[in-house]
Write a protein that binds this ligand. Structure first.
Ligand SMILES: Nc1nc2c(c(=O)[nH]1)N[C@H]1C(S)=C(S)[C@@H](COP(=O)(O)OP(=O)(O)OC[C@H]3O[C@@H](n4cnc5c(=O)[nH]c(N)nc54)[C@H](O)[C@@H]3O)O[C@H]1N2
Ligand SMILES: Nc1nc2c(c(=O)[nH]1)N[C@H]1C(S)=C(S)[C@@H](COP(=O)(O)OP(=O)(O)OC[C@H]3O[C@@H](n4cnc5c(=O)[nH]c(N)nc54)[C@H](O)[C@@H]3O)O[C@H]1N2
Ligand SMILES: [Mo]
Length: 748
């Protein structure tokens, strides 16, 4: 055995769960499931290959054209020059200062959306935001790609912050298991997505709950384009994508038509039904929203709609809505309409009844734990007030100075000269990537911290190599999980990679604000400091956690914060006493009609829910682009993380696209064939999987492929965002419309 050869094993935490890591010398050689996880995922299997993959960024790199002549056009095609750290940091710091002094901090975009990695201190977004705030601020982004639209619309309806509703208030799995008789799942509940949860998910339990539901005889109905969106044992009503609002309206119509509406609940707990009812019954537009009206729109049989409505009224019914439904144009409508339908059923506030959002979207939803105050690095205050809705980055870059609407406000887009991104991959996650690529050529400078040469890193001017969590120590903890981890450093940094913290310290020192950024602490001292704070605040909440030295020795502890038995029923106190415990909507009640929204005067989001088809869906399918593309999250990884190593696995790439047997045979496509998926915005390659688990006319291509180099007329890996539509959900929510796209598929 070579001298200095070491072999060690430790447990670490990640967005996709905890796992054991085996190290030999400087290399991660294997991972194994964590002992306490009943349903571990296979995502970590790729880690040894990914961490040491040849696509790691090894040294600071500056794009040649930018270095030599501040050229902007070569982003994505140019070569890079490796530089020593000191030199690269000098150049970046000088450039940041130049932009600040010439154009002000309003010219710096630092939204830096993405999940980056788990670990409380080395969280890339916290670090980049803290750094930019230290130097005078940056243009930030609001909301998320996950739930941006819901975060805008739902406070108008229920008066609560949408994420608080989802994470802290809606019925827990225990409550559902005990009380729900009918689970109506728009967009399904997919344990594949529950593999991940931001900040960590130690015991994967979503699949286990469904085993119990099925055993108990709960009727679980998945309504959406794919059977596979819910576990086996669930029924499937195949629905055309984007037509949920039409179906919900028809269900509401049946309730009203057959005297099944809970009028007492409506008058006690809601406002505005009298404004909505004439629309529902057809007095406004001459079109009653009957099952016969909805059936051709949504593809669900009219009789099936009637019998579902009756069953929902007769049994304790929980309507669940996947986040995907609001990741499409007019995504506000199915969200609002689901609340109206639940209100008409009158079960909101009863255990296991009413409505809930995003069960299964991430593993933490539905867990009920005592909320412990988090362990967070302060990001300082941002002196710049300009904020854009997160998914409007393309519009912002294309249209500086142009006013846009957002949730009742109107403001001009800022004029961005410098972008700093750390911990996200916009050339994976944003829509219409060819168009983003064009817009991306406008800023003067783009700086990216990344462990891997992603499509975004390749399109930057300055790339700093960042460590992965296995190359630094940290604390793993999130309020949606009941474990606490010491995440040991497993291996030395790969190449010359540095922690984001050290990269920003290097920049702050050159800009003359090192003390404000570091407060005199090294990373290890920050971890000790934040942990001590966290431990005190936990003690104040009555939860004992070990001191840091003990945690280091033990590696992990399970915290005694579980709440046993059925608990947590959304809006129970409000239902009990609507006047004594009002909601924080203007009326204090659930708003079926919102005067506030009506006052905005938006035709793409009027004062009550309406059927508004998107620009692209099967209702507007043409001969050229006849198929609706949905692009869900990938089952084998988190977003595009570690994709380069996965793509090396023989036969696994390009990404698989699911296509219905009828559509496949019309095109002479068989499972395993390489296909071209395209529309007017772009094209990508994919590998066909022919299956009747998908609706006719629908194709499903998951996200996660790395986007190819510019200039290719076809993305070789299968990134669906070369095809998706880059428009806001509406002027109200301005969320992303990723699930809105028509395409054609042909054999390659
Ligand atoms: N078509 C379509 N598009 C979508 C969606 C969809 O449903 N359909 N979903 C959207 C949603 S909900 C989301 S959340 C986004 C996903 O958004 P993405 O930005 O694609 O995914 P992330 O996982 O956030 O990317 C994290 C990046 O940070 C890097 N990283 C990891 N650790 C570190 C670190 O310590 N430091 C630094 N500097 N970098 C690090 C990783 O290598 C990776 O490149 O995609 C969105 N796009
Ligand atoms: N393994 C894994 N899990 C993940 C992630 C990951 O990258 N990998 N990402 C995480 C993130 S960031 C997020 S935000 C969540 C997202 O969680 P979700 O939004 O729930 O996930 P999606 O996978 O986008 O969509 C779920 C399903 O919705 C269906 N669907 C699409 N459009 C429609 C529609 O118009 N109507 C109906 N009824 N159904 C529709 C599609 O068939 C799709 O499979 O997932 C998280 N979970
Ligand atoms: Mo997300």
């Amino acid at each position: 055995m070579a001298e200095g050869f070491t072999k060690k094993t430790g447990v670490t935490s990640s967005h996709w769960g905890a796992f054991e890591v085996d190290v030999e010398g400087n290399r991660i050689v294997a991972t194994r499931p964590f002992s306490q996880d009943p349903h571990p995922t296979t995502i970590p299997d790729i880690l040894p290959a990914a961490v040491h993959h040849h696509t790691r960024v090894l040294r600071p790199a500056i794009r040649r054209g930018w270095l030599e002549g501040r050229d902007r056009k070569g982003r994505g095609t140019d070569t890079f020059v490796d530089l020593p750290w000191d030199e690269a940091l000098d150049i970046a710091a000088t450039e940041i200062e130049r932009v600040r002094k010439t154009h002000g901090n309003e010219a710096i975009f630092g939204g830096s959306y993405g999940w980056s990695s788990a670990g409380r201190f080395h969280h890339a977004q916290s670090q980049v935001h803290r750094f930019l705030n230290t130097i005078g601020g940056y243009v930030a982004s609001f909301g998320s790609y996950s739930t941006g639209c819901a975060q805008a619309i739902m406070p108008h309806v229920f008066g609560v912050n949408f994420l608080n509703l989802v994470y802290d208030h809606q019925d827990s799995w225990e409550t559902i298991c005990e009380h729900t008789e009918t689970l109506v799942m728009f967009g399904g509940i997919n344990p594949k997505n529950a593999q991940v949860s931001m900040g960590g998910i130690t015991e994967h339990e979503t699949a286990g709950w469904f085993d119990r539901f099925v055993q108990k005889g709960m009727r679980c109905i998945n309504i959406g384009p794919q059977r596979t969106d819910a576990p086996t044992g669930c029924d499937w009503l195949a629905l055309r994508p984007a037509s949920d609002t039409a179906l919900m309206l028809a269900l509401a119509y049946v309730l009203e038509d057959e005297g099944l509406t809970d009028t007492k609940f409506l008058s006690r707990c809601t406002v505005g039904f009298e404004r909505f009812r004439p629309y529902l019954m057809g007095q406004v537009d001459g079109q009653p929203k009957t099952p016969d009206w909805a059936s051709p729109l949504c593809g669900v049989d009219a009789e099936a709609i009637r019998s579902l409505a009756r069953r929902m009224a007769r049994t304790r019914t929980l309507i669940t809505v996947a986040w995907s439904l609001q990741r499409g144009q007019h995504g506000e409508q199915p969200y609002w309409m689901s609340a109206v339908l639940a209100a008409m059923l009158g079960q909101i506030g009863l255990p296991g009844g009413g409505v809930g959002y995003g069960y299964g979207a991430i593993g933490g939803v539905g867990k009920s734990l005592v909320g412990l105050k988090g362990m967070t690095l302060s990001q300082h205050q941002n002196p710049v007030r300009t904020v854009i809705p997160v998914a409007r980055i393309g519009d912002m870059l294309r249209n500086p100075g142009l006013p846009y609407d957002f949730n009742g406000k109107r403001a001009p887009y800022p004029d961005i000269r410098l972008i700093y991104w750390a911990g996200g991959n916009p050339f994976h996650h944003h829509q219409d990537l060819n168009s983003l690529h064009e817009a991306w050529q406008k800023p003067e400078t783009i700086i990216v911290n990344e462990p891997w040469w992603t499509a975004t890193a390749k399109r930057a001017d300055i790339v700093f190599p960042a460590t992965t969590p296995y190359e630094r120590e940290d604390i793993g903890r999130t309020t949606l999980d009941d474990y606490l981890f010491y995440m040991p450093q497993m291996i030395p940094p790969v190449g010359e990679a540095r922690d984001d913290y050290d990269i920003f310290t290097g920049l702050a020192c050159r800009i003359g604000c090192e003390d404000a950024y570091t407060e005199g602490r090294r990373a290890q001292e920050w971890i000790e400091h934040l942990y001590a704070d966290y431990r005190h605040s936990a003690a104040r909440q009555g939860v004992d956690i070990p001191d840091l030295e003990t945690l280091k020795k033990r590696n992990w502890v399970r915290l005694p914060i579980q709440i046993e038995g059925p608990n947590r029923t959304l809006f129970a106190p409000f239902r009990e006493d609507p006047d004594g415990a009002p909601l924080t909507t203007p009326s204090g009640k659930i708003e079926i009609f919102s005067q506030t929204i009506a006052g905005f005067g938006y035709d793409d989001c009027p004062g009550h829910p309406v059927w508004l088809p998107p620009e692209e869906w099967l209702g507007t399918a043409s001969a050229a682009f006849p198929l609706h593309l949905v692009s869900p999250q990938p089952g084998d990884k988190l977003h595009s993380q570690m994709e380069s190593a996965l793509a090396d696995v023989a036969g696994a790439r390009p990404v698989e696209i699911v296509i219905h047997p009828d559509a496949a045979s019309q095109r002479g496509i068989q499972s395993g064939d390489l296909v071209r998926v395209f529309n007017a915005r772009g094209a990508c390659r994919a590998r066909a999987v022919v299956s009747d688990d998908i609706g006719p006319g629908v194709v499903s291509l998951p996200t996660g492929a790395w986007f190819g180099d510019p200039g290719l007329n076809i993305d070789p890996h299968g990134n669906p965002n070369v095809l998706t539509l880059d428009v806001g959900t509406s002027r109200l929510g301005q969320g992303c419309s990723a699930h809105t796209a028509l395409v054609e598929v042909t054999r390659l």
